[in-house]
Design a protein around this ligand. Structure first.
Ligand code: GLA
Length: 384
């Protein structure tokens, strides 16, 4: 839905025009998976798919929420009743953001919000972060809170961790808030320092495909939390604050200290090698060689499949089929257990690879995947 349509719908619902309309995108992570809650490196970029919100302030403590994508009418809440764990529906995401803003001392006195999103849900493309960030940015502007983008991302992460109850890292919200068109965001999740890395695949005759396997995932489910807890336990056994503190060159001695813990060994090996893969990717992109990142993406997939164990048969089939059909590299993206894969390919091979993946899914009896090209797009912003 365009900004104008969202504004018109807002007026129909709430009886007056919105004070403004904002957008925040979903993301794809190029490399750096399950590193963000280990204080490590990530490298996402924004999708053109986005959540759009028309918003007006209120002064009476009431929050009214409506989504064009969910057939549930207007939900009316009161600021005083917002509390973690009280809402298991979609409204927990925008309400959680309002809760987090107020918890941080920002004087938000109510809001009317109408949301509409083109980010596929459950596809590992950060549809929830898009809703959180668009809500946060709208209220930041309207209430003149002057919170910078990376801090808004932190508040959105708090909403997701505490209000919604999903123990995720900081990557998705930062990507949605801070990405720039034509760039991937090199983010150090320890100090939130950021560098925009030019990522113009078209100029190099390349394309990046997203294959949404249509296998839905949920991070409030136990597996994500178990990996996170395992990483924290490994860090404490190794005497470091976070696994980020183990340099790639110290991996072998670190693993030998975990010889009795095969599961933790695998988690540590993934996180340490994955941080190194992000650094290698950044340096190849800086030297103008995007083609050369292909094998690094594929290595990342093997590590997520075999060591971190968050892939699934549909993601593995996508990666194997794309590589056989001539892709330069491929891997699952996002948290895993379903969701999407990315495929780096020369532009002329796009139809061939798309067809090969679709046929492989049919032959395996899987639901048809959704394949589209991802172009690094804008981060969150005001539309009108
Ligand atoms: C999900 C989480 C992120 C990150 C990824 C894995 O997308 O929301 O914080 O941990 O999984 O890299």
């Amino acid at each position: 839905m365009g900004a104008q349509q969202v504004g018109v719908r807002f007026s129909e619902l709430y009886g007056s025009a919105p004070e403004g309309v904002w957008a925040a995108p979903g993301r794809v992570n190029l490399i750096g998976e399950h590193t963000d809650y280990n204080d490590g490196f990530v490298m996402p970029f924004a999708l053109p798919h986005r959540a759009t919100a028309a918003v007006s302030r209120r002064t009476d403590g009431v929050v009214r929420l409506h989504s064009a994508d969910i057939d549930a009418g207007v939900t009316e809440l009161h600021l005083d009743t917002l509390a973690p764990g009280t809402d298991a529906t979609w409204t927990a995401y925008p309400a959680g953001v309002i809760w987090a803003l107020r918890e941080a001392g920002h004087a938000v006195t109510g809001a009317d919000i109408h949301l509409s999103s083109t980010v596929p849900t459950g596809a590992g493309l950060s549809s929830s972060a898009a809703v959180e960030v668009v809500t946060a940015l709208a209220l930041n502007d309207l209430y003149e809170l002057a919170v910078p983008g990376s801090q808004l991302a932190r508040l959105c992460q708090r909403a997701e961790n505490i209000y919604v109850g999903a123990p995720t890292g900081i990557m998705d919200q930062t990507a949605s808030a801070c990405c720039e068109p034509g760039h991937a965001l090199f983010l150090d999740t320890r100090d939130l320092s950021q560098q925009q890395i030019p990522f113009d695949l078209a100029a190099a005759g390349l394309r990046l495909l997203v294959v949404d396997t249509q296998v839905t995932h949920a991070h409030s489910g136990g597996e994500y939390g178990k990996r996170r807890a395992g990483c924290e336990r490994a860090a404490s056994l190794l005497g470091v604050h976070a696994l980020r503190d183990i340099p790639h060159t110290d991996l072998t001695p670190a693993l030998s200290r975990l010889a009795d813990e095969p599961e933790l060994t695998r988690l540590v090996r993934h996180v340490v090698t994955e941080n190194h893969r992000v650094e290698r990717t950044v340096s190849l992109l800086r030297s103008g060689d995007p083609r050369a990142i292909g094998p690094i993406l594929t290595e990342g997939h093997a590590s997520l499949r075999d060591d971190f164990r968050v892939s699934c048969p549909e993601l593995d089939l996508t990666v194997d089929t794309a590589l056989t059909a001539g892709a330069l590299g491929a891997r699952m993206t996002g948290g895993g257990f379903g969701g999407s894969a990315i495929v780096l390919t020369p532009e002329p091979d796009v139809p061939l690879i798309t067809k090969a993946v679709e046929e492989a899914f049919t032959a395996a009896g899987y639901k048809a995947p959704r394949v589209f090209e991802a172009v690094p797009s804008a981060g969150a912003r005001r539309l009108g």
